[in-house]
Every structure is written in structure tokens, then in C-alpha cells.
Design a protein around this ligand. Structure first.
Ligand code: UDX
Length: 477
């Protein structure tokens, strides 16, 4: 294998916003360290991402960085997520895998600076990258975008199925789950990951994750977007599967350190949607900690009924709110545009609706007093760093585990779980923003301090990032 002294790291995220963003943050940090970086998106996301970056100033800032892309095998209008995620999971194996091999062959033949990578950092649900990397004798480090609590739960999917805990009927949802060491007093049925709710144990999505979770232990290390101070016991337990674990989060906060002395426009924000920045101006006019920020991430879909329940709950609680309603939030409802216009009109007195917000900035704005979230791991970390307490309404994937931790492990908010009705929304918003505000603010402030300390010089995540950098350097020497 050809080796260069400057390490070249190739990143392969799963083609979804919540995966691209933290991996791109790490890619920029490594590029800032002088590494060469190749960042591989799906063709579908490549154009969307580059549309939101000032690419010439980005390459000026990171001259050793290149974006490349490979197909994900689906047509541009395919919905890709929700009920259709299995199509994406299968087509990445069938189409992206051979395309990835072709990409490595082309890098091998290249004469310029971007030759075969020293190391591949592949998403934990793109394990085909490990097979292909082995063909080229390139080491792979896996990057899992979940919390350590959730990842540890995923490692017990087979056991949960064997013991008849999964799949579970829609009853006795309070039943404690006792077969996951370390989480015996934390998880109930309703807190298990979304994939445990399929009707059959042989559901292809559930089986995909059972196999993928065991496959990615073949990687030479595990990168987690978390920090020791919040998840040490789970990180330690994951050590039974990986020799090397690098908890280097919260990555968005770590990356913001390299932006301090430069214009933020030269860095990416990793967004696939265009941010509507007018909401920051609107927030400037709101009193301190008075606004509830509402956003359900980039993937989940809602029904018209769910949107209306949330909207009535938000209107009835009396607080101001800023709500992100993505244009693709409802599938196959041609009248969503009309509903949106009506909600925007009827909300004017009390709040603002946008299609995509600059979320990290919004959460750090002094006017924000709470976050109504789907508990995606990036959103959870961004809220923790900003010290903003949460109301959680998890829907899928890792979100059910994260929301349980928010309420019962870290005590920084409420977990609404499966309930979606206006009176519950109203009650919890009042509790979060008024009645129990001081209690939640105390624990949120404490956790925010720990998160911020972890990324300072000498902090745990900073030290772990340095270890990762040294380990990759040693691969190229
Ligand atoms: C999903 C999973 O839910 C998540 O837990 C997993 O780790 C990755 O895949 P997603 O549902 O999109 O991700 O949620 P989340 O992890 O919260 O990521 C969303 C990202 O989009 C966040 O970084 C957030 O800041 C950003 N965002 C969201 C915006 O910038 N603006 C918005 O308006 C909404």
C-alpha cells in the first residue's frame, strides 16, 4: 500500500443529516490538524450540502479537503426514511458498496495528493466499508452517531429477541427491562429503541441492525460523539467490544473552537437544508428565556393530526415558540402547504414557524428557555451544551433511549414518550417553562458546564481527540 506522511482520512457517513453533520465536524477538525481529508456523500446529498457551503472559501480554509460522492441507488424523489428506510439500507449495500470500491480504485491510481487513504472513518451502519477497506488493507475506525446508552442497548438486541422481550405488544409498556446490564433500573419497554416496536423478530430493519451492530466490532476503534462525564459507565461497558474508544463529543462544540478566530462562513454548517436566519432577529426581540424552541430533526415524519395536537398545545400554554416545520414533514399530503400557511397565519401573535433553523445558534440564544425535541442525539447534545432543558417526544431509532436518559438519568427535562395530545403538551410546557424551571435549570447548567469543560484544553474529549490524531498518525508512519 502506498503511504504518505501526511495522513489521509476518508469519511463515509450514512446518507442522512444527523450522520453527516457530526462526521463533517470531525473531518474539519482533522483537516485543521493538517490531515488530508476525503469526505464521501451520496450523490443525492452531495449537491444539497454543497449548495449550503461557500465552497471556494471553504477550500481556502481547508486546502487539503475534498468532497466526493457515490450513488445511494435510489431515485431523487424516493422518500428514503420512515417506512422506506429499508430501501435505503439495502441499496447502500447493493449500489454504494461497489461504487465505494471503485472510488478507492480511482484513488489508488491518482497521482495527486489524494491517493489511497491511511484510514477510513466509516459510519457504524455502513459496515460494507470495512469489507472493502480490508481488500485494500486500509484500517477502518467506526463512527457511531448514537449515544453510548443507546449503542449499548443495540448490542443487546439479540438477547432481547431471545428472551422474548422484543418485539413487544403495545401493552404493559411500563414493564422494566432487566436483561441489559447497567440499565436494569433505567429502561422500560417503552424506552427501547424504535426498531424494537416492529411486529416480528424477523423484520428486515430489526435484523439489519442486529447484524450491523455485530459487524462493526471488526473496526479497529470506535468514535462516539459523547463525553466521558455524561456516559462513562456505558462507554466503559462498550470497551468489551472495542480495544479503542474515542469519546470526542460534543463535536459541534469542539469544532466551534477552531472557528473562534475566523469567519464562520469559511466553515460548513453541515446542513442539507437552507437555514432561515430571520428567526434569530425575531428571538432578539423576545424576553430572556421566554421562548420554547420546537423541532423534530431531519428525518421523522408527522401526521396532520399530530401537528395539530402540538399546535393547539403550544397555543394553549401561553408561551412564545419558534417551530421548525420542514416542507417534507408530512408524506403524501398535497394539502400540507395549505395547513402550513394557516398555521403560520394563526401563529403570528405568539410565535414563528420556519422551515429550517440555524439550530445551534437558536439554542444558544438568551431568549430560548426550553426545547421541545424528538431527542435525536445531535439535538440532545446541542441542547445540553446550551444548558436548555427539554421536553422529549421520541419517535424512532435511538430517540426513545435518549429521551429516557434526559428525564431519568440526567434530570434535564420531561419524556413525553408515546403520548401526543394537546393537554399533555400544554401541561409539560407550563411545567418546564414556569413551575419546575429552577429545578431543571440547575441540572442543565451543571451538565452544560461539564460538556464545555470536556472540550477545553486538558478536557476529556480534547484528550481523546488528541489520542485519535496520534493513532491515525501512527498508521501513516
Ligand atoms: C437521526 C437520529 O435521530 C439521531 O439520533 C442519530 O444520531 C442521527 O440520525 P435526526 O433525526 O436528524 O438524526 O436528529 P438529530 O440527531 O438531532 O440531528 C439533526 C441535526 O439537524 C442537528 O444537528 C440540528 O442542529 C440540525 N437541525 C435540525 C438544524 O440545523 N436546523 C433545524 O431546523 C433542525
Amino acid at each position: 500500500m502506498e503511504q504518505t506522511h501526511v495522513p489521509h482520512v476518508l469519511f463515509l457517513p450514512f446518507p442522512a443529516q444527523g450522520h453527516i453533520k457530526p462526521m463533517l465536524n470531525l473531518a474539519e477538525l482533522l483537516s485543521h490538524e493538517g490531515f488530508q481529508v476525503t469526505f464521501v456523500n451520496s450523490d443525492h446529498n452531495h449537491d444539497r450540502l454543497l449548495h449550503n457551503i461557500d465552497i471556494s472559501s471553504f477550500y481556502n480554509r481547508f486546502p487539503k479537503f475534498q468532497f466526493r460522492s457515490i450513488p445511494d441507488g435510489l431515485t431523487p424523489d424516493h422518500p428514503r426514511f420512515g417506512l422506506y428506510v429499508i430501501d435505503l439500507l439495502c441499496s447502500t449495500r447493493a449500489v454504494s458498496k461497489p461504487a465505494f470500491r471503485e472510488l478507492l480504485i480511482s484513488l489508488k491510481e491518482e497521482k495527486g495528493p489524494f491517493q489511497l487513504p491511511t484510514c477510513i472513518i466509516a459510519d457504524g451502519i455502513m459496515c460494507f466499508a470495512i469489507d472493502v477497506a480490508e481488500e485494500f488493507e486500509i484500517p477502518t475506525i467506526t463512527f457511531r452517531t448514537f449515544s453510548a446508552h443507546c449503542l449499548w442497548t443495540y448490542f443487546h438486541l439479540s438477547k432481547l429477541i431471545e428472551e422474548g422481550e422484543v418485539p413487544f405488544p403495545d401493552e404493559n409498556l411500563e414493564k422494566p427491562i432487566s436483561c441489559i446490564p447497567g440499565l436494569e433500573n433505567v429502561l422500560r419497554r417503552r424506552d427501547l429503541p424504535g426498531i424494537c416496536r416492529f411486529e416480528k423478530a424477523d423484520d428486515p430493519v430489526l435484523q439489519f441492525f442486529v447484524k450491523e451492530t455485530s459487524a462493526f466490532t471488526r473496526a479497529s476503534g470506535l468514535i462516539l460523539n459523547t463525553f466521558n462525564e455524561i456516559e462513562a459507565p456505558m462507554i466503559t461497558r462498550l470497551g468489551s467490544f472495542f480495544n479503542k474508544i474515542y469519546p470526542i463529543g460534543p463535536l459541534h462544540a469542539l469544532k466551534s473552537r477552531i472557528n473562534d478566530n475566523s469567519s464562520s462562513s469559511t466553515s460548513s454548517n453541515g446542513n442539507l437544508w437552507k437555514e432561515d436566519k430571520k428567526c434569530l432577529k425575531w428571538l432578539d426581540s423576545q424576553p430572556s428565556k421566554s421562548v420554547l424552541y420546537v423541532s423534530f430533526g431531519s428525518v421523522i415524519k408527522l401526521t396532520r393530526e399530530q401537528i395539530l395536537e402540538f399546535w393547539h398545545g403550544l397555543i394553549n400554554c401561553g408561551n412564545s415558540f419558534l417551530w421548525v416545520l420542514r416542507s417534507d414533514l408530512i408524506v403524501g399530503d398535497a394539502s400540507f402547504g395549505h395547513l402550513l400557511m394557516k398555521l403560520e397565519r394563526d401563529t403570528k401573535e405568539r410565535g414563528l414557524i420556519v422551515s429550517w433553523a440555524p439550530q445551534e445558534h437558536v439554542l444558544l440564544h438568551p431568549a430560548i428557555g426550553g426545547f421541545f425535541t424528538h431527542s435525536g442525539w445531535n439535538s440532545t447534545l446541542e441542547s445540553i451544551v446550551a444548558g436548555v432543558p427539554m421536553i422529549c417526544w421520541p419517535k424512532t431509532g435511538d430517540q426513545q433511549v435518549n429521551s429516557r436518559c434526559v428525564s431519568d438519568v440526567w434530570n434535564i427535562g420531561f419524556d413525553m414518550k408515546d403520548i401526543c395530545d394537546r393537554s399533555m403538551v400544554e401541561k409539560l410546557v407550563r411545567e418546564l417553562m414556569d413551575n419546575r424551571r429552577d429545578q431543571f435549570m440547575a441540572s442543565s447548567d451543571k451538565l452544560s458546564r461539564l460538556a464545555c469543560d470536556s472540550i477545553k484544553e486538558g478536557g476529556s474529549s480534547c484528550i481523546n481527540l488528541e489520542k485519535l490524531i496520534q493513532d491515525i498518525k501512527s498508521m501513516s508512519s
